[in-house]
Design a protein around this ligand. Structure first.
Ligand code: SF4
Length: 95
C-alpha cells in the first residue's frame, strides 16, 4: 500500500510514532520514496483473487485492478500475480 509521506508524517509527528501506531494494527512501513513523497506499507492480508498456486483469478480480465496491471512496469511482464505472500503465526509476526 502507498500513502502520502508528508501528510502522514505530519499527522503522526515522526516515523517512529507512525510505525508504533501502525504496528499495533499489524501494518509495517517497508520503504519510502522521498522525492515521490510516498511511504510504502505492508499488511499480511492475502488478496482475495489469489489462487492456491499464486495465480491471479482476474488476470487478463477487466476486473484486474489498475495497480496490479501496472506492476512491475508493464502488464505483459508477468503472467500471474507479481506479489508473494508468506504464512506466519501471530507470534512469528511479532518477532
Ligand atoms: S495481481 Fe492483483 S488482483 Fe491479482 S492476485 Fe495479485 S494482488 Fe490480487
Amino acid at each position: 500500500m502507498t500513502v502520502v509521506r508528508d501528510v502522514t508524517l505530519r499527522q503522526h509527528g515522526n516515523r517512529e510514532e507512525l510505525e508504533r501506531y501502525l504496528g499495533y494494527r499489524g501494518i509495517r512501513v517497508v520503504g519510502e520514496d522521498i522525492p515521490g513523497n510516498a511511504l510504502f506499507y505492508e499488511v499480511d492480508i492475502p488478496c482475495s483473487q489469489l489462487t492456491e498456486d499464486n495465480g491471479c483469478k482476474v488476470h487478463d480480465s477487466p476486473e484486474k485492478p489498475l495497480l496490479c496491471l501496472k506492476y512491475p512496469d508493464a502488464p505483459n511482464d508477468i503472467d500471474a500475480c507479481g506479489y508473494s505472500f508468506e504464512r506466519q503465526t501471530p507470534l512469528e509476526r511479532l518477532a
